[in-house]
Write a protein that binds this ligand. Structure first.
Ligand code: PLP
Length: 435
């Protein structure tokens, strides 16, 4: 039960946006599923399958071993750190210049971002991020009193950020440039040449380039995501580049909280106190289980990536008329809905409440701003919330960026993707909005 507090809250806690995923799940909770019309959840990016059986048994054994109950090193189990380095040599190519000393394991990639940010920024500083951005990055920066500076991307450029535009945003307060590729939420996968240009820009301005590559294993081109780690790169990567990784998606174990910072050992020494404070160490049993297994899990990862790529294609092929894919990659498809004058948030809400398709609107991945006009009356079963009717006082025109919706195709199997598309087709007429 909510009650008044007898003390003040921090500015960060008071001003940071509410986590968006629970909002989508509140909409989903208002849908009444039927046996032939189950809820179809394509909202939070979660693996749709469990990890292979070897992981279950290794984790069971590790969790019940008396050696797994204690803390481990601040930077994680050496076996897993070395295994990650070896994996990265497979992903980034044999020229990859990486050592175990470059790796610190963390309790998830979100914590990796917070720890890195804490080592770089002070309250009042600025960090540049392409928009739409990953909301937890925005939230982490807000909590630290840092201004996230939006670098806008557009459907015309496939949601790729512009280096020239980024350069214009650099001020004396800028402390880092952050990229996410393959991107969350757009799915856009940045070409190696673009990543190299961002690294050059960062280096020229003595800024770190932080790249969250949570979805790197879902790139199916067969070539490395970029060549920044390469021994033959003109500039040493440790000078500028900070790589973040999550084990959650590649290894299908988000609940076990495992991520990594790959960066100069000099930077890691500064992050040591931060990691010790935030986590002491990452969870031990999952590290013990994964360390020896990691090399043998590469075929599982490649198969999953191939299946998700095929599902992206299926989704695109089956999407009904009027729905337009702007970008696809990693876990996500970023799709423009067909209705004129209706915000994506209103569409996502109605999709969840009325037809049981749960998605996230683009507005969850950018600074909150006044929304465009809401199209029409609340649907049956939808609440006449203040939020809803607020639309009547909104601007006439819904901006293009307000029409995009993120679908996580990795959450569901092929059959469910087809079911989602059938429901989307029915909505075009049933919602009664102007297309
Ligand atoms: C870009 C990005 N970074 C980090 C995370 C969170 O990773 P973890 O579960 O390792 O904290 C996610 C999860 O959706 C993500 O999309």
């Amino acid at each position: 039960m909510a009650s008044a507090l007898g003390f003040r809250l921090s500015k960060g806690a008071l001003t940071t946006i509410a986590p968006p995923i629970p909002k989508a799940y509140e909409w989903a909770a208002r849908y009444i599923p039927k046996p032939n019309l189950p809820l179809l959840d394509m909202s939070q990016g979660v693996p749709g399958i469990p990890p292979p059986a070897e992981v279950h048994s290794a984790l069971g054994a590790a969790a019940s071993s008396t050696t797994s109950f204690g803390y481990t090193r601040w930077d994680g189990e050496p076996t897993l750190r070395q295994a990650l380095v070896d994996e990265m040599k497979v992903v980034y190519g044999p020229e990859t210049d990486l050592e175990m000393a470059d790796v610190a394991l963390t309790s998830g990639c979100n914590l990796a971002f917070v720890a890195v940010a804490m080592s770089l920024v002070d309250a009042g500083d600025e960090v540049i991020l392409p928009v739409p951005w990953y909301f937890n990055h925005q939230m982490a920066l807000n909590l630290l009193g840092v201004k996230p500076v939006p670098l806008f991307t557009s459907p015309e450029s496939g949601f790729l950020p512009s280096v020239a535009e980024c350069k214009k945003l650099i001020t004396p307060k800028t402390r880092a440039i952050v990229l996410v590729t393959p991107n969350n939420p757009t799915g856009s996968t940045y070409p190696p040449s673009l990543i190299a240009s961002f690294a050059t820009l960062a280096r020229e301005h003595n800024l770190p380039l932080i790249i969250d590559e949570t979805y790197r294993d879902f790139i199916t081109t067969g070539s490395p995501p970029h060549d920044l780690f390469s021994r033959s790169a003109i500039n040493p990567w440790r000078h500028t580049f900070i790589h973040l990784f999550s084990f959650s998606k590649s290894y299908c174990l988000p609940g076990h909280r495992l991520g990594a910072i790959v960066a100069s050992p000099t930077l890691l020494q500064s992050i040591k106190a931060i990691l010790d404070t935030l986590q002491i160490c990452p969870p031990r049993p999952i590290q013990m289980a994964l360390g020896p297994l990691l090399p043998s899990l590469r075929p599982f990862i490649s198969d999953t990536a191939t299946q998700i790529e095929a599902r992206h294609k299926l989704f695109k092929d089956k999407l009904p008329k009027g729905w337009k894919v702007g970008a696809q990659g990693g876990y996500f498809a970023f799709v423009r809905h067909p209705w004129k004058g209706v915000t994506a948030e209103d569409v996502s809400r109605r999709l969840a409440v009325r037809v049981g398709v749960v998605t996230l609107p683009a507005s969850f991945f950018m600074e909150e701003k006044p929304q465009g006009l809401v199209g029409g009356q609340p649907a049956e079963g939808e609440e006449e919330s203040e939020d809803y009717w607020g639309g009547l006082e909104r601007e006439e025109e819904v901006q293009e960026e307000d029409r995009w919706i993120r679908f996580s195709v990795a959450n569901v199997d092929d059959r469910k993707v087809e079911l989602v598309c059938v429901r989307l087709a029915k909505c075009v007429d049933e919602f009664g909005w102007r297309v």
